[in-house]
Design a protein around this ligand. Structure first.
Ligand code: BGC
Length: 740
């Protein structure tokens, strides 16, 4: 209700700007022809001190709505920051997250469309699709009354057990940074602010509130920070969220190195830094070291950016200029992203059917066919008996828990599972794989078994023409997977079923990698991730070949925990305040870089993904032009079906040493009819040919040879390669020729 007058005021202001005289403008910053910087400075000049202080102090939206502390806060929402109505500055209405419009579980949740998990989106390797997904969930956020979306999770998958890997973009800085940047651009195309989060090194959830991640500057800048740097450069998000943990001894939300040096100076970030909910530990250090807004202040030990900040500014411990900079950054983002010019209002219609189709298309491109012996997939539509087992595949598909939880249109398909409280409840989207399978094989007898009894399931499976075992792994925020093993008795179930019927296909609904002790016994494995609103339909279409699978792994699947940099996850998940130190000794050698360096062979390599057709590579050419490295090559669909391929280029230094034997240098996603060829052109970011030098903050390319290999994955099967001689060069932080 309260926001109505503001909308009218805004409209009046915009109309006023079509009039010739602006002399008596009460709100000159409403002129959309001025730059965001000019507009922010103009408002700032008019603001009273208490208005400035109010803008840097956020509330937990859900509580604020319940207690009616602020009339306009939205129910079940993550955050709320009051606006300055007299100056036409709207409040900030914040919602999680990157998969869709989430709800805080305590209130009656709003039902919205969920994309497949962010990791699944990364598995599409399709930039346009990542953008389109972001645009869709951003539109739902706007229609729900939100103008800030807490999306853009891009912490690297340093450990496959991290409970939030499903919210992130995988293990490679180029892939994760590029895909998440596209998603943020899509979200912000709705005149919203999106975050990029969580800066930085919040790479496991166990002990996250105090975990101290130790990593050196070079290792950080070439891994997690490089992914984030790509996001900042490519998407220019309005906001960045700093994380719960400490980095080299200092909490991320008061970390001068991360917030001031790296983010604001080195990357020239012009937006604002908001804290994670409960990640602030001080007033003076946080403000002076770069935090611009305390979020969800109820989660912190103290309202650090309320009265204490006022006092700190009054006594000069935090300079007035710094408070002004905090406010100016927030205002600038609001003008820059269109939050002021395009006010939100809750309750706009959402076309859920159309959005469910988009989510299905994204899921279809994200499914990764890991194994397909004897072409057991695609299934024939004329099968007589099909047995479907496990993971509630009769009613729905799983999602990951925590703040990013989107609640399904139509309600949770499986109620009452544990944990029921945060980061639960466990939510299944009501898109039934079983129904989809029945629809694709209308003449088959399709039986379902819950999979509770391996012996019974195996008996049923023994006589079937096809057996599909669904397996699940629920994890969530603050809740790492303590082991790579599938939970419960699922390994025993799959083993028993596969022994009874060698044509067993396993469909995994997992956050990410799991151990597969039964792998050799099964005919096919399809990684379906957390596939979102229409996951069941997408799985059905891929299983029956209506869609040719084209997802590729955005992170390696190790054989076991023994291959990981930390075989035992640091910390005790049952304890808090454990003063946990985690040494990221692998530095920038994350994921496939680690396995390569250690000479280890994972179960499935980064980039892996099969198709129902085959692709061949040829004619790889590398050209250097004014320091730009361009690659060209030909991809041919040599199989009998149309399909999509993800040709990947890796680069290996032949003379000098990098953090690992090779790096992903580029890729494309191409759609090809049977027999069709296409020439693909890529440009390589020069920083991927360099080592970061912390002494003078440059990237140095050493003189010498590198080999570019065109491959189907990082596992070493190379389609074509070319060796190139590089000249020694020094580049600036953004990869530009040094000195510019
Ligand atoms: C999460 C953030 C989230 C915030 C608001 C925190 O627990 O770490 O990613 O945006 O809550 O819900």
């Amino acid at each position: 209700m309260k926001r109505k007058p503001m909308t009218i005021l805004m409209a009046a202001v915009l109309v006023a700007y079509s009039l010739p005289s602006r002399a008596a403008d009460p709100l000159p910053w409403m002129n959309p022809t001025l730059s965001a910087d000019q507009r922010a400075s103009l408002v700032l000049k008019e603001m009273k001190q208490e208005e400035k202080l109010a803008m840097v102090f956020g509330y937990f939206g859900s509580d604020t709505w319940k207690t009616k502390k602020h009339q306009t806060a939205l129910p079940a929402s993550a955050g709320y920051v009051p606006g300055v109505p007299r100056l036409g500055v709207p409040a900030l209405f914040e919602t999680d997250a990157g998969i869709g419009v989430a709800s805080q579980p305590a209130d009656s949740p709003r039902e919205r469309t969920a994309l497949p998990s962010n990791l699944a989106i990364a598995a599409t390797w399709d930039r346009q699709l990542a953008y389109a997904g972001g645009a869709m969930i951003g539109a739902e956020a706007r229609a729900s009354g939100f103008n800030v979306m807490l999306a853009g999770g891009v912490n690297l998958a340093r450990d496959p057990r991290n409970g939030r890997n499903f919210e992130y973009g995988g293990e490679d800085p180029l892939l994760a940074g590029t895909m998440v940047a596209q998603q943020i651009k899509g979200v912000e195309s709705n005149h919203l602010i999106s975050t990029m989060k969580h800066l930085a090194m919040n790479d496991q959830e166990t002990g996250r509130g105090e975990l101290d991640a130790h990593i050196d500057d070079v290792g950080a800048r070439m891994s997690d920070l490089l992914a984030m740097q790509f996001v900042i450069e490519q998407a220019r998000p309005g906001a960045v969220m700093c994380s719960y943990n400490r980095v080299n001894g200092v909490y991320a939300c008061e970390n001068d190195y991360l917030l001031n040096d790296v983010l604001k100076k080195d990357w020239n970030f012009q937006g604002y830094v908001m804290s994670d909910w409960g990640a602030v530990h001080s007033t003076v250090a946080a403000a002076n070291h770069g935090l611009d807004q305390q979020s969800g202040s109820e989660f912190d030990k103290s309202p650090y950016f309320a009265g204490a900040l006022e006092d700190a500014v009054a006594t000069g411990q935090v300079p007035q200029q710094r408070l002004d900079d905090m406010v100016r950054r927030i205002l600038r983002a609001m003008f820059d992203k269109g939050v002021v010019d395009h006010p939100v209002s809750a309750g706009a219609a959402i076309d859920f059917a159309a959005n469910a189709s988009r989510s299905r298309e994204a899921a279809e491109d994200s499914l990764v066919l890991l194994k397909n012996t004897g072409n057991v997939l695609p299934l024939s539509t004329s099968l007589k008996t099909i047995v479907v087992i496990g993971a509630h595949a009769d009613v729905g598909v799983l999602s990951g828990g925590g703040s990013s939880q989107v609640y399904p249109v139509g309600g949770n398909a499986v109620k009452g599972l544990q944990p029921s409280s945060w980061p639960g409840p466990v939510v299944y989207f009501p898109s039934s794989p079983l129904q989809a399978i029945k629809a694709h094989a209308p003449n088959a007898q399709v039986l379902y078994d819950a999979g509770d009894d391996p012996v019974k399931a195996a008996q049923l499976a023994a006589k079937a023409d096809a057996v599909l075992v669904f397996a699940q792994q629920w994890i969530g925020e603050a809740n790492d997977a303590l082991t790579l093993s599938l939970p419960g008795r699922q390994d025993a179930l799959i083993t028993a079923v596969a022994e009874a019927n060698p044509r067993t296909v396993v469909v995994l609904e997992t956050s990410g990698p799991v151990a597969m002790p039964w792998l050799a016994r099964t005919a096919a494995v399809l990684e379906a991730w957390y596939p979102g609103t229409s996951g069941g339909a997408a799985i059905g279409r891929v299983l029956f070949g209506e869609v040719n699978p084209s997802g590729h792994l955005p992170l390696s699947f190790p054989q076991s925990e023994a291959q990981l940099p930390r075989p035992v996850l640091g910390g005790d998940p049952t304890k808090s305040n454990q003063n946990l130190v985690v040494n990221y000794h692998e530095g920038a050698a994350v994921g496939y870089k680690w396995y390569d360096r250690q000479g280890l062979k994972p179960m499935f390599p980064f980039g892996h993904g099969l198709s129902y057709t085959q692709f061949a590579y040829s004619d790889l050419v590398a050209e250097q032009d004014h320091g730009q490295m361009r690659l060209r090559f030909k991809v041919t669909n040599v199989g009998k079906l149309a399909g999509k391929d993800v040709p990947q280029v890796y680069v290996t230094p032949l003379g000098s040493r990098w953090e690992a034997p090779k790096r992903l240098a580029g890729w494309d996603k191409v759609t090809l009819q049977a027999g069709e060829s296409r020439t693909v052109a890529l440009q390589v970011d020069p920083r991927l040919l360099a080592m970061y030098d912390g002494k003078d903050k440059t990237w140095r390319i050493a003189a010498g040879k590198v080999r570019f290999s065109l491959a189907h994955d990082a596992g070493g099967t190379v389609g074509a390669s070319v060796v190139v001689q590089l000249k020694a060069r020094t580049l600036g932080l953004a990869g530009q020729p040094a000195g510019r």
